[in-house]
Design a protein around this ligand. Structure first.
Ligand code: URA
Length: 215
């Protein structure tokens, strides 16, 4: 029987599938909104997220909220999750076995949320979801077909804040990407084309969420 997001979240809250369980304050399951068409996927909780139990709080979260506002959306109208649900110590990169252990939570989240558009925030989430070694600078700005859904990669808000902020070229590009998100959400016809193309996709041998049964 299909579980609800609330049931999955309460099971995830006591997860001990990897070593990150030892150092966390709490599992950051994510802000999940089953009715939302738009899902953001980040990397992993940081210091503040670990303390507060919510994804993308603090400065990066404020920038995300601001960009959402620019396309007419409030934060509580979307879903926001991370690939990894527990904070890696010192914000180090997640390790392959931690990613593998955490992947079923993300798969279940996507299956239950059924988003129309997924925005991957930054290099880590983009490479993982799209199963590619290509970097964010080349992948952003376009819509990618993935299991019948639209994936739009963009820069991680924290990278914008650390790399020049509002005056940077990256910030302009972030704005453009959010505009693409707005247009994609408003275009029901495009979805049928994406579904047809997605069926023709070829999978690679690299480990990634792409190889799991999602739907
Ligand atoms: N960075 C992320 O990737 N996720 C968060 O939740 C916060 C910062």
């Amino acid at each position: 029987m299909t579980r609800t997001l609330v049931e999955v979240a309460s099971e995830a809250a006591v997860c001990t599938r990897c070593r990150l369980a030892q150092g966390r304050t709490q599992v950051v399951f994510g802000q999940v909104n089953a009715g939302a068409d738009l899902l953001f996927i980040g990397e992993a909780p940081g210091f503040h997220e670990d303390k507060q139990g919510e994804p993308f709080v603090g400065a990066a979260g404020n920038l995300l909220n601001r960009m959402l506002g620019e396309i007419g959306l409030a934060r509580d109208e979307v879903s926001v999750v991370n690939v990894i649900k527990c904070r890696p110590p010192g914000n180090r990169d997640p390790q392959p076995d931690e990613i593998e252990a955490c992947t079923p939570w993300l798969v279940e989240q996507i299956s239950l949320i059924q988003p129309k558009v997924i925005v991957t925030l930054g290099n880590f989430a983009t490479k993982y979801v799209l199963n590619t070694a290509t970097g964010i600078t080349r992948l952003r700005g376009q819509m990618h077909d993935w299991h019948g859904r639209s994936v739009i990669p963009t820069f991680h808000p924290a990278a914008i804040l650390h790399g020049g902020g509002e005056k940077s070229r990256q910030f302009e590009l972030l704005r453009e990407d959010f505009e693409l998100v707005r247009r994609t959400l408003a275009a029901p016809v495009a979805q049928a084309q994406i579904q047809a193309q997605a069926q023709a996709q070829v999978q690679t041998d690299e480990p990634s969420i792409d190889q799991l049964e999602l739907f």
